[in-house]
Design a binder for this molecule. Structure first.
Ligand SMILES: Nc1ncnc2c1ncn2[C@@H]1O[C@H](COP(=O)(O)OP(=O)(O)OP(=O)(O)O)[C@@H](O)[C@H]1O
Length: 574
């Protein structure tokens, strides 16, 4: 039940909708009972040919009850659905906010398909919480209480029968089915997430599967998962139908018992016969309300599981929220200095350190290149500088302030970043550029496109999903154009021009260096030519710094960097 707390908190954000719909639902239910009870009484009374005014009063009150019931049912539907949609929007905002905060390391913990299932399936499921789980038992309990009280004036025994029916159909049977559902549901949710994960992977990896002719095998696997999901769904539906039938059956039995008991009382002269139809109509109508309790177990379990799956994300993030609330916002107007002191970092579930006791300085306005073989820890170091990950040991200080005191979001905000993988959204070139600076003018957008030699692109040109209609080099140049609009005094670039030809690369580098002349810049690169313009070069291997210095000193030293340089030259001449 703990997992549902967050939903209850959200319901209480919409107090007005909640109270009005409960009150309207109660009035609608109760007036419906009164309406049918009066009808039963009217029919019985008519047989005795009562005075016309008696019939007029009864007919008028039936009409009044009918109108009240219809109006309050409308109010109940209106407010309960309005509340439901507002709650859904609160829920979506809450979930997306938590998700955005974790975007940097989200795939360390979750698979994309599973996340998709949570975003679409689970959040949608929770919209039923108020409508199908929270509110029906309250309204039904209120209607039954008043009905039982009213019935007791005619027959205590009939009131007891209604009470027993209420316990059976509203509490006992739904509770038993809710427990059974807990067993049945678990695999259903798992299979749904599994199917979503497999579909996402199939779509993402389609080209590779085709290249290696493995799409048929993966498709079979997908069908197996889909079949398993369908089977579990069938089992779930059968269970739900069984619950509905049993509930309906018990409600009918209770009405028959009321009829039988009423008839017995009439036969013994303990009840005026004119009230028999009234009792039967009361029973028939009041038990109509419990049909919503037949679907309660499945909705309850659905919501409990969806909430528990979403809670995994929300809870893990709450700890980070608490921690980041105490941190300070970073505001950078000038180039910052950065110091990394004895930094070590190991990825979760890995034994080897990705970064091992690394210490270096980035003076304000300096230009630093990080080089080293693949897997030596360069990108990890950049991610640590971006505060995507937290250090296991050591410290990073920006303008002499520890990263532990700085709010991570504000580091991203103040940095011009190009990572190895950048994302472009489906939309125009303009939409994708404005992401970096929504206040940029058309001239500025055209200027940055020209700076990266993408004059051939029009701002209104369409970018397809994942920028499928751009070449690798065009994507990199568009990413650089985007970053040029951000204008922060700290640049962290991870192989930004690896797909460009040397001529274009050199022109773009020159432009970047000119723009970032006053700024602090870190560049990860595999190309060693042109690094003589950098203030320092850090050479990494196996997560450690093996050499650090200017191009000139490293070349004179004839160590690791020098050898890498020689190999590069040989490869080029080869
Ligand atoms: N998310 C991750 N989980 C576990 N290990 C990781 C993760 N990312 C990187 N690693 C490991 O950390 C080490 C350093 O990786 P990193 O990406 O920093 O290397 P790199 O020097 O940037 O390589 P490249 O030049 O190929 O981009 C590698 O051994 C890599 O396998």
């Amino acid at each position: 039940m703990k997992e549902l707390q967050i939903l209850i908190r959200i319901i209480f954000l919409e107090k007005k909708a909640m109270y009005v719909s409960v009150i309207c639902g109660f009035i609608a239910g109760l007036t419906a009972v009164a309406l049918f009870a009066s009808s039963g009484y009217l029919l019985s009374q008519s047989a005795f040919a009562p005075p016309i005014y008696t019939l007029i009063i009864l007919v008028a009150s039936i009409k009044l009850l009918g109108i009240t019931s219809a109006l309050s049912r409308y109010g109940e539907r209106y407010y309960s659905h309005q509340g439901t949609f507002s709650m859904l929007s609160h829920l979506r905002v809450l979930f997306y906010e938590k998700l955005t905060d974790q975007s940097a390391h989200i795939f360390q913990k979750h698979r994309s398909g599973d996340l998709l299932a949570k975003i679409i399936g689970d959040v949608e499921t929770l919209q039923n919480f108020f409508l199908r789980v929270f509110y029906p038992p309250i309204v039904i309990a209120l209607i039954f209480s008043f009905t039982i009280y009213f019935t007791s004036f005619f027959s205590l025994g009939a009131a007891v029968l209604l009470f027993l029916g209420f316990i059976l159909t509203t509490i006992l049977i739904p509770a038993i089915f809710a427990l059974r559902q807990r067993k049945v549901k678990r695999p259903v949710r798992q299979y749904r997430a599994n199917l979503s994960t497999n579909v996402t992977e199939f779509l993402y990896g389609f080209r590779d599967l085709k290249t290696y002719q493995k799409q048929e095998k993966k498709k079979d696997q997908l069908f197996q998962v889909a079949d398993a999901y369908v089977k579990e769904q069938e089992a779930e539906t059968t269970e739900q139908l069984f619950s509905e039938s049993l509930n309906g059956f018990l409600a009918s039995i209770m009405t028959l018992l009321v009829l039988g008991y009423g008839a017995y009382l009439v036969a013994n002269g303990q009840l005026n016969g004119v009230y028999l139809a009234l009792l039967v109509m009361i029973s028939l109508t009041v038990f109509e309300n419990v049909t919503s309790m037949a679907v309660f177990p499945s909705h309850f379990e659905d919501n409990r599981q969806a909430a528990s799956r979403l809670n995994e994300i929300v809870k893990s993030n709450d700890k980070q929220d608490q921690a980041s609330k105490k941190k300070e916002e970073l505001i950078l107007s000038d180039a910052p200095s950065i110091k990394i002191e004895h930094a070590s970092f190991t990825f979760p579930d890995q034994s080897m350190k990705a970064i091992d006791d690394v210490t270096f300085k980035l003076p304000a306005g300096s230009k630093t290149a990080i080089v080293g073989p693949s897997g030596s820890g360069k990108s990890t170091l950049l991610n640590l500088l971006l505060s995507f990950y937290s250090l296991d040991q050591g410290d990073i200080r920006l303008n002499n302030k520890s990263y532990q005191q700085i709010e991570p979001d504000s580091i991203w905000k103040n940095t011009n970043v190009i990572l190895q993988h950048h994302h472009f959204f489906y939309g125009t070139v303009e939409d994708n550029l404005l992401l970096a600076n929504k206040a940029a003018t058309m001239e500025e957008l055209q200027h940055v496109l020209a700076a990266v030699q993408l004059e051939n692109l029009d701002l209104q040109d369409q970018i397809l999903e994942k920028a499928e209609n751009l070449s690798g080099g065009e994507k990199q140049r568009l990413a650089i154009a985007r970053i040029l609009l951000k204008r922060s005094p700290l640049w962290l670039l991870d192989e930004p021009t690896s797909s460009l030809d040397p001529v274009t690369e050199s022109a773009i580098y020159n432009h970047l260096m000119e723009v970032a002349k006053q700024d602090t810049l870190v560049l990860i690169t595999h190309r060693l030519t042109g690094l003589d313009k950098m203030d320092q070069i850090i050479v990494m291997d196996h997560g450690k710094i093996v050499e650090i210095g200017t191009y000139k000193t490293l070349m004179e030293k004839q160590g690791y960097f020098y050898r890498m340089n020689q190999i590069e030259k040989n490869v080029i001449s080869f």
